[in-house]
Design a protein. Structure first.
Length: 61
């Protein structure tokens, strides 16, 4: 579980996500919309929360 969250946050924080080819992102969004998996939604929320926490930690220094 923690490994998956780490990998997701790492993918968010890597600079290569700033430029994604539109085809891949569209395919990813379509896959997420097709299967409304609560675990995927939970992982997404956890990654967003950890990203916000890291931003707050950086800004508060």
């Amino acid at each position: 579980m923690y490994n998956i969250v780490n990998r997701v946050t790492g993918e968010i924080l890597t600079p290569r996500i700033l430029y994604r080819p539109p085809r891949a992102s569209r395919r990813r969004v379509g896959r997420y919309q097709r299967r409304r998996d609560p675990t995927v939604w939970h992982l997404y929320m956890v990654s967003v929360a950890s990203l916000c926490a890291s931003l707050v930690a950086i800004l508060s220094k």
